[in-house]
Every structure is written in C-alpha cells, then in structure tokens.
Design a protein around this ligand. Structure first.
Ligand SMILES: *Cc1c(COP(=O)(O)O)cnc(C)c1O
Length: 363
C-alpha cells in the first residue's frame, strides 16, 4: 500500500460534498425572488475549507459576490478567485487602506471614521447600517449624520443584519425591516442587502437586491422549525474503531471513571476526540451510527478518542476497523446541536484539522 493511502486511513475522515453546497446555493438563490445571491465564506467557509468551497461555488453557479470577516480571509480569497467581488465585514483601519485598494477588495464601512478613510477614493465600498443588533455598522446617530451630509463615495452596497431572523414571528424582524427600508429610500440607487440564510425565509420583503446566506449553504439549519426542503447535508464525519473491549459489571471507562458498566458490556474506542472538535460538550448524551444502529457515546471524551457502548445485539457483527458515522445523514447537525450546547455554526467551525479531508463534487 502507498504511504499516502496508509496515512489517509489512519485519521478519521471528513467528507465535504461540494455538489450539495452548490445545490443549496441554487435553492437559496431560487427562493430569493430575483435578488442576487452572494455566498458568505468567512471563517474558512464555516470550517469546511475556503479554497475548495469558494472555487466550487464560483465555477458552478452564477455567484460572483463573496463575504468574508477580515482582510486576511479576503486576501486568501482574492488569490483563489481573482475576479470575484469580495466584501469584508470587519471594516477598515488606516493601515489597511492600501491593501484593500491593491487587491481590489471592498471594505464594509462601519462608522464615520471608516467612511472618512474611504471618502474620495474611486473604488467601491459597502456601508453597514446597524438597525438593532448593536454589533457592527453605523449607529442611529451616525446614520442620520451620514444621510444628511454629502459624500464622495462609490457605494456598491448598503447592508444591515437581522437579530432574530430564524424566529419568523419575532417583532424585531419587522422593526429592522422598517428601519432598513427607510434607509434604502434615502439611498435610492444603491443595491441593498438585509438577509442572512434564515432572513431569506422571512419572505420577499426581506430580499432587497442581494441576500447573504452562510450556514444554509453548508447544510446547517440556523434554527428554523425544520430545515427547508432543498437544503441538503454537506458534511460527513466518519471515525474508525481502534479497539473493542469486553467489560464486566463495575468496570469503568475513561478519565474520571464517568461511565461504569452495569452489565457485561462491549465497548468500542473510536479515533476522534475533542481535539477534532464537535464532541466536547455533547459527550454525555450523544450517539454515533454503526452497522445500521445508534450506539451511545459513553464516559468522558478524550483528546483523541471516544468510547461507545456496542453491547446490544445489533452490534454483534461490529469489529475493529469498522467505521462509525459521527456526523452525516444519520447523526445530523441538528441532532448534535440538540444534545449539546452548540449551534450548527459552532459545530461546523469547530471541526478540527486532523481529519483526512475529502472533497466530492457530485451535482
Ligand atoms: C455571518 C453573516 C452572514 C451569514 O449568516 P448565516 O446565518 O450563516 O446565513 C450574513 N451577514 C453577516 C453580517 C454575517 O456576519
């Protein structure tokens, strides 16, 4: 066997279905009633790999606008996609101006100082108006000040961000919609953007000219009652059984002896642990999928291992080197989120670096 094959098999496996990301993009784009659909690829494309994800979307869909969090991510993306439109949420500091200009990256200006810094420049920028989240963006006072004064900016986009977009009935959605709509009336010829993934599902009023989905491109449900049709799983994590042990009643498993057998038990050790992300906070109430059935994770999660109880009869056929699904079509992101304190966003961006990563493009 080639050493590369040997080494590949020695890590747990992360499969990213790029075709599903593209299909999810098309689903989101289709329901955005004529608005353009961008792709948010901050944080290494939500942990899945900026280069593969950005290329897949750009070359297999009509998407040409991307959002990242900071300038480092923007420069990486510029190297990957020389011609895409790239916006940076974090805004701009004086020492960054030349880098933005040289690499043709569009800053999203978040306050009046940043606006001053870009004023008079011939390159495009976006302006972020805070309509209630009190995170980034021009405050109410800044907004009035900005709208009452003339400027010399080439504004290619104005945006705002929703607080509770996943809660369809939350009153803040409508409040923010009204505030943002007023701003768009003051800046009539400038394209506008309000919605992240869940915002798209609030309906046509929320779509404006451009939508900015992230999590749903990657198959995550941001908190809607059910994941909408047409959004498909993207990530599969498979671990391998390193060893199987037989325990008698009273024997415990792992650090701090947090699980003790109360019957003759069969326990499998898998090659993923908290260093691989996702598992740490759901260690007491989660399952993996082996041989067509759900096996409970037992004891304390270790850095490089978890233990699962495979005593039940349906696991009799399970042997060392068999594969267990940690995340995928049976153990979904939503299920993992439910039994942990983590949101799908945190689970995805928390995926570690040790996996053997495999990217498929099946559309
Ligand atoms: C992260 C982010 C998005 C994408 O949000 P999702 O909920 O992942 O779709 C859109 N807009 C802003 C300002 C963001 O920070």
């Amino acid at each position: 066997m080639k050493i590369s094959d040997v080494l590949q098999k020695s890590s747990a496996q992360l499969d990213v279905e790029l075709g599903s990301i593209i299909n999810n993009y098309i689903t989101l784009s289709d329901i955005s009633s004529g608005a353009d659909c961008a792709a948010v690829v901050k944080a290494n494309a939500y942990g899945l790999g900026l280069e593969k994800v950005a290329r897949a979307i750009y070359y297999n869909s009509k998407c040409n606008t991307f959002f990242v969090a900071n300038l480092v991510e923007a420069i990486n993306l510029r190297t990957i996609l020389p011609d895409a439109i790239v916006y940076v949420f974090d805004g701009i500091f004086p020492e960054q101006v030349d880098t933005y200009l040289t690499h043709n990256i569009r800053p999203i200006l978040n306050d009046l100082n940043q606006i001053k810094l870009w004023n008079g420049r011939r390159q495009s920028c976006a302006i972020h108006f805070d309509t209630g989240i009190n995170r980034l963006g021009l405050s109410k006072v800044d907004t009035e000040n900005f709208l009452n004064n003339t400027n010399d900016l080439k504004i290619s986009l104005i945006l705002s961000h929703l607080v509770n977009s996943e809660k369809v009935d939350n009153k803040s959605n409508n409040d923010q919609l009204n505030k943002f709509t007023k701003i768009t009336h003051e800046l009539k010829n400038v394209p506008a953007s309000l919605s992240n993934s869940a915002g798209i599902y609030l309906g046509k009023d929320y779509h404006f000219d451009l939508v900015r989905p992230g999590i749903m491109l990657y198959g995550g449900n941001p908190g809607l009652p059910t994941r909408p049709n047409g959004i498909h799983d993207v990530v599969t994590l498979n671990a391998r059984i390193l060893q199987i042990r037989n325990l008698s009643p009273g024997m415990s498993v792992g650090y701090k002896a947090m699980w003790t057998a109360n019957r003759n038990s069969r326990v499998a050790l898998l090659n993923v642990g908290y260093a691989d992300g996702i598992l740490k906070t759901n260690d007491r109430n989660s399952h993996v999928f082996i041989a067509g059935a759900f096996a409970p994770v037992i004891g304390k999660v270790s850095m490089d291992m978890i233990a699962v109880d495979i005593t039940e009869k349906e696991f009799d056929c399970v042997t060392v080197t068999d594969i267990a699904e940690i995340l995928g079509t049976h153990i979904t992101l939503e299920m993992v989120a439910k039994v942990s304190t983590l949101e799908p966003y945190e689970i995805l961006t928390g995926i570690g670096h040790r996996y053997n990563r495999n990217y498929n493009l099946r559309t």
